[in-house]
Design a protein around this ligand. Structure first.
Ligand SMILES: CC(C)(COP(=O)(O)OP(=O)(O)OC[C@H]1O[C@@H](n2cnc3c(N)ncnc32)[C@H](O)[C@@H]1OP(=O)(O)O)[C@@H](O)C(=O)NCCC(=O)NCCS
Length: 203
C-alpha cells in the first residue's frame, strides 16, 4: 500500500498520542516518542525550527503508520542531520517504514539539500539495522554509552548515507567496498564487534 508524508500539526495530536500509547511495547527501550499533549506540543515546536523536520508516515486514508524525524540539521561545510524513526502498531513489518524512509531520504537530499544523514541504532536493534542497510546506509562505527534511553546510557552503532551513496545506489553502482579493519573504541567488546565492517570509498 502506498504511503505519503504529512507534517505533524495540532490536528494530528489525538491520533498521534493514541498510536504512541498502543505502540508502547514496540518502542520500549528503543525510542521515547512524545506521550502526552504537552510533549507533543514541544515536538511541534521543535519541528517548526529550521534545524528540524518531522514527517508522519500515513496511509491513503490518513492512518498514521510511523514517524521519521530529521533533526539537528547543520549547514555550512557539514550539511548533515540525524535521522530518527519509529513505526506505530499494528502497522509495523509491512514495508511502510521502508517506503516512508525512502521518501524522507529523497526529500532530505533533493529538497533540503543535505549531504549526509546519520542514524544511531542500538546493536541489538536488528530490525532497524536491517532497515537502514536495505536503504543503503553503511556502518561507520560504534559509540559506547551514546544515548540515555529509558534511564540507561546505551551503546549505539553509527549508520550513515551520503548523497553520493544514494545517487550511486539509484544508478545501480556500488561506490563502497568492504574493508577489513577495526575501529578502536577502547571497549574490547565494541572493537571486536565492528571488526571487518568498516567501509571506505573505492578510489
Ligand atoms: C525499526 C522499525 C521502525 C521498522 O519498522 P517496520 O514497520 O518493521 O519497517 P518495514 O515494514 O518497512 O520493514 C521492512 C520489513 O517488513 C517486511 N515487509 C513486509 N511487507 C513488505 C513490503 N510490502 N515491502 C517491503 N517490506 C515489507 C520486510 O521483509 C521487512 O521485514 P524483515 O526486517 O523481517 O526482513 C520498527 O520495528 C520500530 O518502530 N521499532 C521500534 C523503534 C525503533 O527501534 N526505532 C529506531 C531507533 S534507532
Amino acid at each position: 500500500m502506498p504511503v505519503h508524508l504529512e507534517t505533524p500539526s495540532p490536528g494530528h495530536a489525538k491520533a498521534f498520542l493514541e498510536a504512541v500509547h498502543r505502540s508502547r511495547s514496540l518502542h520500549r527501550g528503543l525510542v521515547s516518542p512524545p506521550r502526552d499533549r504537552e510533549r507533543y506540543r514541544e515536538y511541534l515546536d521543535r519541528c517548526s525550527r529550521s534545524t528540524n523536520e518531522g514527517h508522519l508516515v500515513c496511509l491513503a486514508d490518513g492512518e498514521l503508520v510511523g514517524v521519521i524525524n530529521v533533526s539537528e540539521i547543520v549547514r555550512g561545510v557539514f550539511q548533515s542531520a540525524y535521522l530518527g524513526f519509529y513505526a506505530f502498531a499494528p502497522h509495523q513489518g509491512q514495508g511502510h517504514m521502508s517506503a516512508g524512509l525512502g521518501l524522507v531520504i529523497a526529500s532530505a537530499f533533493r529538497k533540503s539539500h543535505l549531504h549526509r544523514l546519520e542514524a544511531n541504532i542500538q546493536p541489538k536493534n536488528l530490525r532497524s539495522i536491517a532497515l537502514v542497510k536495505r536503504l543503503g546506509f553503511r556502518l561507520e562505527g560504534l559509540s559506547p554509552r551514546y544515548l540515555k534511553i529509558s534511564g540507561r546510557w546505551r551503546d549505539h552503532e553509527r549508520w550513515a548515507i551520503t548523497i553520493e551513496d544514494w545517487r550511486g545506489r539509484r544508478a545501480g553502482a556500488q561506490p563502497w567496498m568492504r574493508y577489513a579493519g577495526t575501529i578502536e573504541t577502547g571497549d574490547p567488546r565494541a572493537s571486536q564487534k565492528i571488526d571487518h565492517v568498516v567501509y571506505r570509498r573505492k578510489d
